[in-house]
Design a protein around this ligand. Structure first.
Ligand code: HEM
Length: 415
């Protein structure tokens, strides 16, 4: 068996209980699929695989589509089976890994024991040259070349650009004096910022056209991968095709020298390598797939984190006061109207903690599938196996519905 779950115990603080299940390292156990591992008796990971291929995909999608979110699918199964459970979704068997130890083991063994294993819909929508889906051999090269333009000096220029953008938009909203949705605001801000940084696109109608298509792609990333008109997957694939055409036109325009555009943006720095040897440049398809990936990965995560930070700060006014004081102390040291610098960002220890806490609490990126390449053991310490806080229904004494399952291991086995 791939993972010996009787040896697996979770080392989770109560807070991580919120974060980690959805920092879910969902390990796709390829052995089951391939038939090489036809359900041995010592397979002790509990769970339900359901019917072949479909398994519990519909339950997963229905939780994802409900206002409880995909976490509800996980919470339910954890209350039925315990913290570790297996299920079959999108045609593959997944084991949900809920522990810090487990997550560390998975992420420190990328491309050795574990391979990235995003579901088909995700791979189809972002493209097979995307960093998210590319195989080990090309991943290292693509990542190295993609990271190049994100140098400190270009980030430094960009901090000022975003600061200006943010101040202008917030001033307009304040002048209007109307209520607005932070999520809409931050989605638009991060999208416009990403498109400016990556491709110097600032024209509003082009931005909105690209945004509509990116949203369709993003919506299709977790969908049933069948090309039936009207479905999310179909719309996402069509949107991807339009985006590829748009990006291709931009590349052609730049190569023919007709584009009056800042060559120092991300796309410009990729195209500057046109005359380099193959291993020192990205192909056009690699550039286009990763433009799409960067826009989507950058927009949705950052915008959600911004929204959650506002929500958590509103719930914790004393934290908001302390954060505001740190910001004001930086402002007082600067000339009136001066923009934010990278150095300013590095002198905000409290803000940095607020960001980290927000990411820990909100769990904005909940999907980390990995395929197990070989037998492995993931081990940790203990905690309550199911932190589900829901109570038993119709009980006259409040009791946890889960019964508070725990797993014990002897202290001498714990490092
Ligand atoms: C709050 C903001 C963000 C969070 C929480 C976040 C989180 C993550 C996580 C956890 C991964 C690892 C996924 C995996 O290995 O399966 C990842 C990968 C990635 N992120 Fe982000 N991210 C954020 C912002 C951004 C931004 C702004 C960009 C683009 C400029 C970006 C681009 C990427 C890319 C390209 C990858 C794939 C990296 C690789 O495979 O080497 N992310 N992100």
């Amino acid at each position: 068996m791939v993972i010996q779950s009787d040896l697996i115990v979770a080392m989770i603080t109560s807070n991580y209980d919120v974060v980690l299940p959805l920092l879910l390292s969902a390990l796709t156990i390829a052995f089951f699929l391939s038939g090489r591992y036809p359900g041995r008796k010592d397979d002790v990971i509990p769970g339900r695989l359901g019917i072949p291929f479909f398994g519990e995909t519909l339950s997963f999608l229905s939780a994802t589509n409900s206002d409880k979110g995909c976490y509800d699918f996980v919470t339910q199964r954890r209350s039925w089976y315990g913290r570790w459970f297996k299920t079959r979704i999108f045609g593959k068997i997944h084991v949900f890994v809920p522990s810090v130890e487990g997550a560390k083991t998975v992420f420190t063994n990328d491309f050795t024991i574990f391979n990235k294993g995003y579901v088909k819909s995700m791979a189809d929508t972002v493209g097979n040259k995307s960093l998210l889906t590319s195989p080990h051999e090309s991943h290292k090269r693509i990542r190295r070349l993609l990271s190049d333009p994100f140098s400190m000096s270009s980030l430094s220029k960009f901090v000022q650009k975003i600061d200006r953008m943010l101040c202008q938009r917030l001033t307009t909203l304040e002048t209007n004096g109307q209520s607005f949705m932070v999520l809409h605001f931050s989605m638009k801000l991060t999208f416009d910022a990403m498109c400016d940084m990556l491709m110097s696109v600032t024209d509003d109608s082009l931005l909105r056209q690209i945004e509509r298509d990116c949203t369709a792609v993003s919506d299709a990333m977790l969908s049933f991968p069948v090309m039936i008109p009207g479905t999310r997957y179909y719309k996402g694939i069509k949107a991807r095709q339009r985006l590829m055409e748009t990006f291709r036109d931009m590349i052609t325009l730049r190569r023919t020298g007709n584009a009056n555009i800042n060559p120092d943006d991300f796309l410009g720095s990729m195209l500057k390598r046109d005359s380099y040897p193959d291993d020192e440049k990205l192909s056009d398809q690699e550039i286009m797939d990763n433009l799409l990936t960067l826009i989507i990965a950058g927009q949705t995560t950052t915008a959600a984190a911004m929204m959650w930070s506002v929500k958590f700060l509103s719930d914790n006014p004393q934290v908001l006061d302390k954060l505001r004081e740190e910001q004001l102390s930086i402002l007082r040291r600067k000339p009136t109207g001066a923009l934010l610098t990278l150095e300013d960002l590095n002198s905000m220890p409290y803000a940095s903690q607020v960001v980290k806490e927000t990411l820990r609490m909100s769990n904005v990126l909940l999907w980390f599938p990995r395929v197990v390449a070989d037998d492995c053991k993931i081990q940790g310490k203990w905690t309550v196996d199911d932190p589900d806080p829901r109570l038993e229904r119709k009980a006259h004494i409040p009791r946890l519905r889960s019964g508070c399952p725990i797993t014990l291991i002897a202290l001498h086995d714990v490092k």
